[in-house]
Design a protein around this ligand. Structure first.
Ligand code: KIV
Length: 295
């Protein structure tokens, strides 16, 4: 297997991300949900790995991210932790894990760091989350903010809709981004907003912005691993660029296996284990003696 190697010299931390923004060096981020995807993404030199709650849809077949539990997120984060050596590892806090009391939200956030090895947690929401972000940062838990189209607000937003289209909405987004930065967020995901708005926010903030469906003016870009690989079943969103069509590759391989087994061509003799010669001749001797007795 050949993979493009990245810069393996230094571990990426929240400070590295800030330095990258200052040097105008683009930040790369992908989701990963298990050990193999984590290794592939990390070894390709991607800066940030996000265990997104999108795993609910991509890996677990839920209709949206709302049913995802703390247990599921911790389980997948642990697997990803085992595969990531260099990238900055961020875990998504699932719906209702931080919308509860501040005390429960802090306890849940700490579990990602303490029990699953994440280096930061991501929470959806802007200004209204800023006090919680402050408390998390005080508790030594780095936080990634997430504003714009926040999938956990699906019902409140009335569907997955591009956000920040009116003057008032643009002002609110800017307000949200500044409030999160002031509260201590180490970077902010901008999802599903016009590129012009993402550009304005990116220029206003000192901390990096990571865009998804937010145009090219962000400090970094994130995509869902399975979207980029063409390993999903629904048609992709406008912003997704597919770099492979793994659903067809895998589908064809599975059909070929099934056909070979049915045709009796798998496994072949070369794909089978064999008895050692001595055991084989001993067995032949036993069979011969049995036949002699029967005669
Ligand atoms: O859950 C997720 O994968 C995300 C990214 C799309 C930003 O939140």
């Amino acid at each position: 297997m050949s993979i493009t190697t990245g810069d393996f010299r230094s571990k990426i931390t929240s400070s590295t991300l800030l330095e990258k923004k200052q040097r105008k060096e683009i930040i790369t981020c992908l989701t990963a949900y298990d050990y193999p995807s984590a290794r592939l993404v990390d070894e390709a030199g991607v800066d940030m790995v996000l265990v997104g709650d999108s795993l609910g849809m991509v890996m677990l077949g839920y209709e949206n991210t709302l049913p995802v539990t703390m247990q599921e997120m911790l389980h997948h984060t642990r697997a990803v932790r085992r595969g990531v050596k260099r990238a900055f590892l961020v875990a998504d806090m699932p719906f209702a894990s931080f919308h509860v009391t501040q005390r429960d939200a802090l306890r849940n956030a700490a579990r990602f760091i303490k029990e699953a090895g994440a280096e930061a947690v991501k929470i959806e929401g802007g200004e209204k989350r800023s006090r919680l972000v402050e408390r998390m940062v005080e508790a030594e838990i780095p936080v990634v903010g997430h504003i714009g189209l926040t999938p956990q607000s699906l019902h409140a937003m009335g569907g997955y809709k591009v956000q920040g289209k009116t003057l008032q909405a643009v002002e609110q987004l800017m307000h949200d981004a500044i409030a999160l930065e002031r509260a201590g967020a180490c970077c902010i995901v901008l999802e599903g907003i016009p590129r012009e708005v993402a550009g304005m926010i990116t220029r206003e903030l000192e901390v990096p912005t990571i865009g998804i469906g937010a145009g090219p003016e962000c400090d970094g870009q994130v995509l869902v691993f399975h979207d980029l690989l063409g390993l999903t079943f629904a048609p992709p969103a406008k912003f997704v660029r597919r770099y492979a069509d793994l659903a067809s590759v895998i589908g064809n391989a599975v059909v070929a296996f099934k056909d070979d087994v049915k045709a009796g061509s798998y496994p072949s003799d070369a794909e089978s284990y064999h008895l050692p010669k001595e055991t084989l001749s001993a067995l032949a001797g036993i069979a011969q003696r049995k036949r002699a007795v029967q005669l």
